[in-house]
Design a binder for this molecule. Structure first.
Ligand code: AMP
Ligand code: TRP
Length: 322
């Protein structure tokens, strides 16, 4: 089963990214899995070049530290494989302005700034190119990307009808657990890199003392019963869900082990600290060895281009480019 997914190199990874996306990538890695760091997508919003440079390397190192094995899957950088930008142009001539301007994410992001970039509008076309170049059958993404996936399917079907069967129609798949990790301070809002309270997000590279502090201060409720119930107990349910994703047992089974919030929090803090420690250690090793990191990237880029090149050529020939 061919899989492709992408992650933006924006900011440090938190346990929401890890449990909602990256852990799933690690669990489903195979020689048929392609994962890319989508640096071109990061250019759709304002970002300092030096920051983008650092964060792209941080992102690759974090993914490897979290367990992606370049001997098993292919990890590459979007901008290093020129076919992404090239196919994106071809697909811009298949997609319509109307359907792009109706995308929820576009409307939300465009509303927040004046003179937004054209790339913000065409962002999902580039994402469609990422997916279609690899004939991906499955695309693991969070809830927020489902609409872009639907658009990708529409563009691919339109292309195939108009120019002949070139693209595989992809399907979105969602990780079973923790597709939404909530902010620890505001458990009704998604844990996020951009709009988060300082104590709301646990980052993969947080010090153990910070992790403990954040979990101990997590907002709960005024009852004192440990029960898994998103409706009335979002804070406790979020903690149980995080616990469950790291440990593997169900949130209900974990709830039945505790009578006190304090005990649940102490054990969860320990579990998160123990689970993240080896990741943080591997991250530091990798980040301090730019030569090794570079070699991994180069190999991934080459493997990706071997798949993307022929698909791009089929698409451009089908459209009449000689
Ligand atoms: P982003 O940080 O928005 O680029 O997201 C990278 C990946 O992490 C995407 O697949 C998101 O769906 C996923 N993700 C981001 N925040 C969360 C969260 N709070 N809970 C679960 N998954 C998340
Ligand atoms: N737009 C996705 C996000 O913000 C990232 C992304 C880019 C992606 N290209 C992709 C995800 C292709 C899956 C497949 O999370």
């Amino acid at each position: 089963m061919r899989i492709l997914s992408g992650i933006q190199p924006s900011g440090t990874m938190h346990i929401g990214n890890f449990l909602g996306a990256v852990k799933h990538w690690v669990d489903s890695q195979s020689p048929e899995a392609y994962y890319c760091v989508v640096d071109l997508h990061a250019l759709t919003l304002e970002i300092e070049p030096s920051v983008l440079r650092e964060q792209t390397a941080d992102c690759v190192a974090s993914l490897l530290a979290a367990g992606l094995d370049p001997e098993i899957c292919t990890l590459f950088i979007q901008s290093h494989v020129p076919y992404h930008a090239r196919l994106s142009w071809l697909l811009e001539c298949v997609a319509s302005y109307g359907e792009l301007s109706r995308m929820t994410q576009f409307k939300e992001k465009a509303e927040r700034q004046e003179g937004y970039r054209v790339g913000l509008l065409t962002y999902p076309v580039l994402m469609a190119a990422d997916i279609l170049l690899y004939n991906a059958q499955q695309v693991p993404v969070g809830d927020d990307q489902r609409q872009h996936l639907e658009l990708t399917r529409n563009i691919a079907e339109r292309f195939n009808n108009r120019y002949g069967e070139v693209f595989t129609i992809p399907e979105a798949i969602q990780p079973n657990a923790a597709s939404r990790v909530m902010d620890l301070q505001e458990p009704t809002r998604k844990m996020s890199k951009s709009i988060s309270s300082p104590l709301g997000s646990v980052y993969l590279l947080d010090e153990p003392s910070e992790i403990e502090k954040k979990i101990k201060k997590a907002v709960t409720d005024t009852e004192n019963e440990v029960r898994f119930d998103w409706e009335t107990k979002p804070g406790i349910s979020n903690l149980l869900e995080i616990y469950s994703s790291f440990e593997g047992s169900s949130p209900e089974a974990i709830a039945s082990r505790y009578t006190r919030y304090g005990d649940l929090k102490s054990d969860l803090a320990l579990l998160v600290i123990e689970s993240l420690a080896p990741i943080a250690e591997r991250y530091r090793e990798l980040r301090n060895d730019p030569v090794a990191l570079e070699a991994v990237i180069l190999r991934g880029d080459e493997k990706a281009a071997e798949i993307a090149g022929p698909v791009y050529r089929l698409a451009s020939a089908a459209m009449g480019l000689i």
